[in-house]
Design a protein around this ligand. Sequence first.
Ligand code: GUN
Length: 294
Amino acid sequence: MQVLNGLELSKKIKGEIKGEVDGLISQGHRPPHLVAILVGDDGASQTYVNNKIKSCKECGFKSSEIRKDASLTEKELIDIIENLNNDSAVDGFIIQLPLPKHIDENKILLKIKPEKDVDGFTPHSIGLMTLGLDGFKPATPYGIIKMLERYNIETKGKRCIVVGRSNIVGKPIGIMLGQNSQVGNCTVTILNSHTKNIESYTREADILIVAIGKPKMITAEMVKEGAVVIDVGITRVSDNSEKGFHLEGDVDYDGVAPKCSYITPVPGGVGPMTVTMLLFNTLQARKKTLAAKA
Ligand code: GUN
């Protein structure tokens, strides 16, 4: 069994990104600039945004944060987005999800200019990705693809089961792994909360991807011997520690790991790769604007 060390791999890729940023700066260009919008005071979202800002600094990016109270109106958020769409000093921006209930997420995502959609969440980006065309790919599934690629894990002809059909992980990773591409050509089934007898599917999986948010729901008897297991879950579970919680994945790691050929830990697996691919997308956005000017 080999651990897919997302932390280590993300450091390596961030080093490559930093090298490209240094190159841009030495040619007299400004560095990429990412803006993160955070609405409300969800603790996990704050941590994610802090990590994104920290990683921007590590890679020599400029970053800005726009923090707003949960009472922000839809109209006010749309005004912020339109300003960022029109600001030539901003290469890409993200709206940390989830948004407060009174704001319609789909309506908001439609307002983001596709050229700045470095999260790859807009219908435009999802459309390009689904057609196998060049565009911003959502950071979490893209991070999983990069991990499979860099660890030289064969995907062609493999049976892939995705547990969870969210717009930001389950659906796009299912599409990406089913594409006719270098890391793809899997036979994919995406499960949802109405799927009956889920273990009959998970036990078939050569590659099992779990993105459901239920701690330790995948146990050893649900996994095939030699499977590649990718755990996207990251739930805060209350405890008596100083922080008051610890993080748990969707996979019962201790039970499942001995059966796997490869497995991602939580934390330190998919999470750091997500942040890294967001930076990768932002660098691409910067390079595209520079190429358009040339
Ligand atoms: N919420 C959970 N994951 C993500 C992510 O990758 N990007 C944004 N913007 N929000 C999220």
